[in-house]
Design a protein around this ligand. Structure first.
Ligand code: ANZ
Ligand code: ZN
Length: 819
C-alpha cells in the first residue's frame, strides 16, 4: 500500500531541511530562469488554477535541472492591494496581520504540493525592504521626467473610492467591484508609458519600443495581438479647419483624409476648449450649455456605445472651412467624439463613416459620396443611405484628386496639406499614460513631499523607504487614509527644513509587480535594487507562466519598466520574458467557472489529503493541453491514483531482466517525454508514461517476471520524477540510492534502439494506390522516393512519364505526381 500522506510529508521535510532546492550558481553551467506569476496571498488559499501553473513550471524546473542547467525558480507574494484593505474595513484587522497569515498558508500549501522553490529567494511587495525599491523606481521615473502629476479626466469608482487605470476599467465598469466607472477631474500621478511605444536612441544605443519588441519574444500570438491592439497605433493626418471670421482653428485627426471632399460638417467633443473660447460668438449658448450639462454625467462607455442614439447640438453662428475646397460647413458638439483621443475633434464624412451617417440622418445634414468601389463608376445612393461605404476605393467628386485610389489619394492629399501648411501626417495611439496614484491605504506610499516654499520635493534616496504608517483609519473617504495619519504627516522639507506634508496617495499595486522578477536574484540587498553581476547572469527570464487575463496591464507594464531600466542602465536587456505561456482555466466538474456560490470549487488541501500531492499534480497535467480551458473530474484523479499505486508496487522487491522490445519502448518513451516537457505537452507525456507502465504490467502477467533490469527501471523512474517527485524519490531510495533522485541527470535514449519499428508506406501515383512497402517508421522522403523508384510495380507506372512532384507524409504515404 502506498501511504502518500506519510511518504510525501517525509520527503517534503527532508527536501526543505537539506536545502535541495537552493539555487546553484556553478558558472560553468548554462542558466535557466523559470518564473511563475506570483500570487496575491488571499485568505482563501491556493486554488486549482494555482496548482496547474505552479506544477507546470515545477516540472519544467526539475527537467532543466536534470538536463544540467542552473535553474532559478523563485516564488513570492504580490501582497499589497484592495482585498486585504477591504477585509480590514470590514473586520478592523490590519492588512499587515492578514497578509502575514495568508503568506504562511500559501507557503505551506506550496510546500505540500512538492514545489521546488528556493525560499531563500523570495519577495513580498508589502515588506518595507521591498517597497523601498518600488519607491526608488518611482524616483528614477520622476528624475527622468517619466513620473508627473497632472489634472486629468480620470476613471473614478465610487464604490472603491479610488481612481482606476484605463486598464482596470472593463466595459465601463470597475474590474474589482463591477460598479459603473464615472469620469472625474482630479490631480493624479502618471507614468509616461507612451514615451516607450516606439523605438528610440539614447546615448548612442538603439532601444526597442513596446511595439517592435513584440517581434523578438516567444509569446502566444493572441497576447501579442492584445498588446498591439491596446497600444492602438493609428496612422493618419492632422488637418486644420479655419473658423470663418475668427482667428481660431479646429484641428481634426483622421485616418481617411481621402474622404475629405465628403466632409459635410465638423464635430467637437463637448469638453473641447474652443467651446468656451468662442462662447461669445455662439448664438444658441443656452441650448449648448444644456447639452454640456447633459453629457457631463455620462460615462465614456455610454458615449461611445454604437447602439445608443447619437446626440449633439449645433454651434450656431460658427462655420468651419474645408481646406481642400473652401466649402463652409456647420460645427457641432457631440459626445460620440471623445476629448481624450486624437485632437478631440473630427471631420464628419457621413457617406463613409457609420457614426457620422447616423448623426447626419438624425440632424438632416448633407451626405456626399466621394469613394466608390473599384468596379463601379457611379455611386449607389440607396445602398449608401442604408449604411456607409466604409471600405477603400476610387475617389469621385474630389477635385484634382478624382480618380486616385484611396491609398494614393491619402499620400497626395497629405503632401498637399504639408505644402499648404494646413496639416501634417500624424500617428495616434490609443494607449494613454499610466495613472499610478490611488487614494487607498494598502499600497506603497509615493515618495514625494510638498513644501510651501520649495513645492514638490522628491524624498532623498537615503530616506527611503517612506514607511506605511499603522495609525490609520482604513475607511475610504475618497481621500487617501494616509492624510489622517499624524505620524505620517509629521515631515520636514528635505530641501529647506520647513514643516511640510507628504503625498497621501499610494501606488497602484501593478507598480509593485512591474519589477519583482529582477529582485528575486538579490532579494536581501539593502544597498541596491540588485547586484548588477547577478542581474547580468540570471536575466532575462527564460520562461514565464501565468494567466491570459494579464495580457494587457501586468504584461505591458513589466515590459515598460524593463525598457525604462534598460534606458537608464539598470539592466542590459530589453524584454523581461523571452518565452511566455498561459495555463488554461480549470472549470468546475459541472463545466461552469468555479465559484463558491455554485458549490463547484475543488480544494487543493482536501485533494492532497485524500489522493496525495503527486496524484493532484499528475492529474492536473493530464486533464488536457495546458493552455486549454477544461473541467475538473473526480473520476480522473482516482484513475491517476491507481496509476501511481501500480508504479509504487512495481518498485517493491524489484527484480527483472531486459526484454529488447520493452527496452526499445523505454527509449522511445524517454525521447517523447523529454520533447513533450520542453513543449509543455504534459498530457501527452503522461500518456506515454502510462503506455509504458501498461506494457510492463502485461508482460509481467504473461511471463511472471518484469521485462526490465533495475538499471532500466531507474531510467523510467527518472523521467517520471518531474511529475511525481515524492513517489519517485521514495522508489529511488528503495532501489538503494543514498542521494536524492533530483541530483541525477536525465537519462539519454539510444537512437539505435528507437529506429527499429516499421510501417506500411502507401505509394500512389497521381493519387491512385499502386503499392505498399514495409519500411522503417522514420524513413526520410529521399529514401522513400528511392525505394519506390526501385519497386517493379511503381516502375511501370512511371515509365515514360515526367515526375512533377512528390508529396510525402512521414510514416504514411508517398504520392508521386506525374505528367
Ligand atoms: C474622417 C473619417 C472618414 C474617419 C471616414 C473614418 C472614416 P482610429 O482608427 O481608431 O484611430 N476620430 C478621430 N478622433 C476621434 C475622437 N476624438 N473621438 C471619436 N472619433 C474620432 O480612428 C480614427 C477615426 O476615428 C478618425 O478618422 C475619425 O473619423 C475618428 F470615412 O475621420 B475619421
Ligand atoms: Zn521646502
Amino acid at each position: 500500500m502506498y501511504n502518500h500522506q506519510e511518504i510525501e510529508k517525509k520527503w517534503q521535510d527532508r527536501w526543505l531541511d537539506g536545502g535541495l532546492y537552493k539555487t546553484e550558481t556553478d558558472r560553468a553551467k548554462p542558466k535557466y530562469y523559470i518564473l511563475d506569476m506570483f500570487p496575491y496571498p488571499s485568505g482563501a488559499g491556493l486554488h486549482a488554477g494555482h496548482v496547474e501553473s505552479y506544477t507546470a513550471t515545477d516540472i519544467y524546473a526539475r527537467y532543466y535541472r536534470a538536463r544540467g542547467f542552473n535553474v532559478f525558480h523563485p516564488q513570492g507574494f504580490d501582497s499589497f492591494g484592495l482585498p486585504a484593505e477591504n477585509y480590514a474595513i470590514k473586520t478592523g484587522i490590519s492588512p499587515v496581520e492578514t497578509t502575514k497569515k495568508a503568506i504562511e498558508t500559501f507557503t505551506k500549501q506550496m510546500n505540500s504540493l512538492g514545489l521546488s522553490y528556493d525560499w531563500e529567494k523570495t519577495v513580498n511587495t508589502s515588506d518595507p525592504a521591498y517597497y523601498k525599491w518600488t519607491q526608488w523606481l518611482f524616483l528614477l521615473m520622476y528624475k527622468n521626467g517619466l513620473a508627473y502629476k497632472k489634472k486629468a479626466q480620470v476613471n473614478w469608482c465610487a464604490s472603491c473610492q479610488t481612481v482606476l487605470a484605463n486598464e482596470q476599467v472593463v466595459d465601463g465598469h470597475c474590474e474589482r467591484c463591477g460598479n459603473e466607472v464615472i469620469q472625474k477631474d482630479l490631480e493624479q500621478w502618471f507614468f509616461k508609458i507612451t514615451d516607450f511605444i516606439e523605438d528610440q536612441t539614447y546615448e548612442g544605443r538603439q532601444l526597442k519600443g513596446l511595439l517592435n519588441g513584440l517581434d523578438e519574444i516567444d509569446w502566444p500570438s493572441s497576447t501579442k495581438a492584445a498588446q498591439r491592439n491596446w497600444i492602438g497605433r493609428s496612422v493618419g493626418a492632422e488637418i486644420t479647419f479655419k473658423i470663418k471670421g475668427t482667428t481660431e482653428i479646429i484641428k481634426v485627426f483622421t485616418t481617411r483624409v481621402d474622404t475629405i471632399f465628403g466632409c459635410t460638417y465638423v464635430v467637437l467633443a463637448p469638453e473641447h476648449s474652443l467651446v468656451v473660447n468662442l462662447k461669445d460668438k455662439i448664438t444658441n449658448w443656452s441650448e449648448v450649455d444644456r447639452y454640456l450639462e447633459m453629457t457631463e454625467v455620462k460615462t465614456n462607455l455610454q458615449r461611445t456605445d454604437l447602439n445608443k442614439d447619437k446626440t449633439g447640438v449645433v454651434l450656431a453662428g460658427l462655420t468651419a472651412v474645408n481646406p481642400f475646397n473652401q466649402e463652409e460647413i456647420k460645427i457641432y458638439l457631440a459626445d460620440y467624439v471623445l476629448a481624450s483621443y486624437g485632437t478631440g475633434a473630427v471631420m464628419a464624412v457621413p457617406a463613409h463613416d457609420e457614426r457620422d451617417l447616423e448623426f447626419a440622418k438624425k440632424y438632416r445634414l448633407p451626405i456626399k459620396i466621394v469613394i466608390v468601389p473599384n468596379d463601379q463608376k457611379t455611386p449607389d445612393r440607396e445602398l449608401i443611405f442604408d449604411s456607409a461605404y466604409t471600405a477603400e476605393g476610387i475617389l469621385i467628386n474630389s477635385g484634382q484628386f478624382t480618380g486616385l485610389t484611396s491609398a494614393a489619394a491619402r499620400e497626395e492629399m497629405t503632401k498637399f496639406l504639408i505644402n499648404s501648411q494646413q496639416g501634417q501626417a500624424q500617428i495616434n495611439y490609443r494607449l494613454r499614460d499610466w495613472l499610478v496614484s490611488r487614494q487607498r491605504y494598502w499600497g506603497a506610499p509615493i515618495p514625494i513631499i510638498y513644501c510651501e516654499q520649495c513645492g514638490e520635493v522628491p524624498v532623498p534616496e537615503e530616506s527611503l523607504p517612506v514607511l506605511l504608517p499603522t495609525d490609520v483609519d482604513f475607511r475610504p473617504t475618497g481621500e487617501s487614509p494616509l492624510k489622517y495619519s499624524s505620524s505620517f504627516q509629521q515631515v520636514k522639507c528635505p530641501k529647506c527644513g520647513a514643516a511640510a506634508r507628504r503625498e497621501n496617495d499610494t501606488m497602484d499595486t501593478f507598480v509593485c509587480s512591474s519589477w519583482y522578477y529582477l529582485r528575486y536574484v538579490d532579494c536581501q540587498n539593502s544597498q541596491a535594487i540588485a547586484d548588477p553581476d547577478l542581474l547580468k547572469y540570471w536575466l532575462p527570464v527564460d520562461v514565464y507562466m501565468g494567466g491570459a487575463e494579464h495580457a494587457v496591464m501586468h504584461l505591458l507594464y513589466v515590459r515598460f519598466f524593463t525598457k525604462v531600466l534598460q534606458k537608464y542602465g539598470v539592466v542590459s536587456f530589453n524584454e523581461p520574458f523571452l518565452k511566455l505561456r498561459h495555463q488554461g482555466i480549470i472549470l468546475g466538474e459541472d463545466g461552469n467557472k468555479m465559484s463558491k456560490s455554485k458549490g463547484n470549487v475543488v480544494n487543493p488541501d482536501e485533494l492532497i489529503a485524500g489522493h496525495g500531492a503527486d496524484a493532484l499534480r499528475l492529474y492536473e497535467m493530464f486533464m488536457g493541453p495546458l493552455e486549454d480551458m477544461k473541467p475538473w473530474s473526480s473520476r480522473g484523479i482516482i484513475g491517476i491514483s491507481r496509476f501511481l499505486e501500480k508504479i509504487y508496487n512495481l518498485g517493491e522487491n524489484f527484480s527483472g531482466a531486459d526484454d529488447q522490445k520493452i527496452v526499445a519502448l523505454l527509449h522511445k518513451t524517454i525521447k517523447k517525454v523529454g520533447e513533450d516537457i520542453e513543449n509543455f505537452h504534459y498530457n501527452t507525456a503522461i500518456s506515454a508514461l502510462m503506455i509504458f507502465v501498461n506494457n510492463l504490467g502485461e508482460y509481467k502477467t504473461k511471463n511472471n517476471v518484469w521485462p526490465v533490469s533495475q538499471n532500466n527501471l531507474e531510467k523510467f523512474i527518472l523521467i517520471l520524477a518531474s511529475f511525481a517527485p515524492h513517489l519517485t524519490e521514495e522508489l529511488w531510495e528503495k532501489l538503494g540510492h543514498q542521494e536524492s533522485i533530483f541530483k541525477s541527470s536525465w537519462p539519454e535514449y539510444d537512437p539505435q534502439l528507437i529506429k527499429d519499428e516499421t510501417v506500411n508506406l502507401v505509394i500512389s501515383v497521381n493519387g491512385k494506390l499502386r503499392a505498399t512497402l514495409e519500411v522503417a517508421a522514420d524513413i526520410s522522403e529521399v529514401e522513400a522516393i528511392k525505394l519506390a523508384a526501385e519497386n517493379e510495380t511503381i516502375k511501370k507506372w512511371l515509365e515514360g512519364k515526367e515526375i512533377v512532384k512528390n508529396i510525402f507524409v512521414a510514416g504514411k504515404l508517398l504520392n508521386i505526381v506525374v505528367k
